[in-house]
Design a binder for this molecule. Structure first.
Ligand code: SAJ
Length: 402
């Protein structure tokens, strides 16, 4: 198969994106450094959990429009969809984007389109442009380079990939238009033209905006705890105002996007990004505060009843009704509580996972029945239907019983 499109990175975004393009009968070569991922996809199977993706991949692979490999090859369009984690000091680590770009440089030819989709600090696309022209100066003015971030919500990716609006920013006008012409073939949402730097900042700002708004809700939950006010009732009442829309408090903010992307702004613009930086601190502090609160509740129980309590920790994933534990505040809290445990019994509950290599998981009904202290960390739908004996101590950090 001679690929028209090469995608570098076959993870949560790269695989669905490749599958969508291949579904339109465009030849796609997906590249990943992980041999297991490559083998799984070439068998028509997938290695991540995402509704509908398995069927689309199977069809595209069987029809010959989608193939995976550990090595890229020549194509007309290159998509970089690799992770951009952060380093120890919350500085963005663009080494995967750089490595992917370097792997493609020898394959580039006149007329090719090079697109970065990975969440990236402002200026990354221009940096990659410099990198490309440093070793291939003859390509200057003859290839197209653009940045186009994705905006999909895990669990609804195959729908949102097609119907969400996209922001597309080239390093010049011709690149923007070339990238728009490419995405138009696969995307029904509106495609908004801008430059590369604005598109990069736009992605970071979208997730920072949500982080700041959640921090406001989490800050309210701390204030209300001291003021002896039910924060859930308070927010519900405040939201009756026609122009107020406060989000929900939680045990912290997790996942690979909202808890990460704001640092890309703070790291580059520390003096200017006061609110964004503080929001990160507030949301991180909320998890620490929850762990302390559990510890205190356990001590109080022991003082009152003269025995150690049994504690149920309800939920491990980073948000409700998913099996994804990446950057999960609930997992962090469970870890902290277990570390401080004085041989007292704990039940760890995560209804979306059957087995975990570190945590021994307990069925949620059994945990509720046996525990003295029940801590709701994640608002999974199963938990909302539980009747709890009024003698039990309940700590509700995610609005289950309110
Ligand atoms: N959370 C709260 N309170 C709320 C809402 C969420 O505490 O009221 C917490 C969740 O429990 C979770 C975290 O925030 O720990 C993030 O969850 P989320 O559902 O807001 O976001 P993600 O990480 O699943 O997906 C986000 C989305 N971004 C925005 O909504 C701005 C998605 O559109 C992006 O594509 C994705 O990040 C990404 O890849 O950047």
């Amino acid at each position: 198969m001679k690929p028209e499109v090469v995608t570098i990175g076959l993870g949560y975004i790269g695989l669905p994106t490749s599958a969508l393009i291949a579904k339109h009968e465009t030849n796609v070569l997906g590249v990943d450094t992980n041999q297991h991922v490559v083998d799984t996809i070439n068998q028509g199977k997938i290695h991540i959990v995402e509704p509908d993706l398995d069927k689309i991949v199977l069809k595209a692979v069987s029809k010959g429009f989608f193939k995976a490999s550990t090595k890229p090859s020549s194509a007309e369009v290159f998509l970089i969809v690799v992770p951009t984690p952060f380093k120890g000091n919350h500085e963005p680590d663009i080494s995967f984007v750089e490595a992917a770009t370097k792997g493609i440089i020898p394959l580039l030819k006149q007329g090719d389109l090079f697109i970065i989709e990975s969440t990236s600090p402002v200026g990354t696309t221009e940096k990659m442009q410099k990198l490309i022209f440093a070793s291939r100066p003859e390509l200057k003015g003859h290839i197209y380079i653009a940045y186009c971030p994705e905006r999909v919500l895990p669990g609804n990716v195959m729908y949102e990939l097609v119907y969400n609006d996209r922001v597309i920013g080239g390093v010049d006008e011709a690149s923007t238009q070339k990238a728009i012409a490419f995405y138009t073939k696969y995307i029904k949402g509106e495609l908004h033209a801008t430059n590369a730097r604005t598109a990069e900042m736009c992605k970071l700002v979208e997730n920072s905006s949500r982080d700041v708004q959640i921090a406001f809700a989490n800050e309210l939950s701390l204030i209300c705890d001291k003021a002896d006010i039910n924060v859930w009732e308070l927010i519900n009442l405040a939201n009756k105002h026609p122009r107020v829309n406060i989000l929900q408090p939680s045990c912290g903010v997790g996942g690979h996007c909202i808890a990460v992307d704001p640092y890309f702004i703070v790291s580059d613009y520390p003096m200017e990004s006061k609110i964004i930086g503080t929001a990160r601190q507030v949301n991180n502090y909320k998890s620490f505060w929850c762990a302390e609160k559990i510890q205190n509740e356990k001590l109080q129980f022991e003082l009152k009843y003269g025995r150690k309590p049994k504690t149920a920790l309800m939920g491990l994933s980073f948000k409700p009704d998913i099996d994804d534990l990446r950057e999960s505040p609930a997992k962090y809290i469970a870890q902290k509580v277990l570390q401080n445990s004085n041989n007292d019994e704990h039940f760890i509950v995560e209804p979306n996972i059957d087995f975990h290599s570190v945590y021994k998981l307990t069925d949620f009904k059994l945990a509720i029945e046996k525990a003295d202290i029940i801590v709701f960390l994640v608002a999974h739908k199963e938990f909302k239907e539980i009747n709890i004996n009024s003698r039990k101590v309940v700590l509700d950090f995610c609005g289950i019983i309110n």
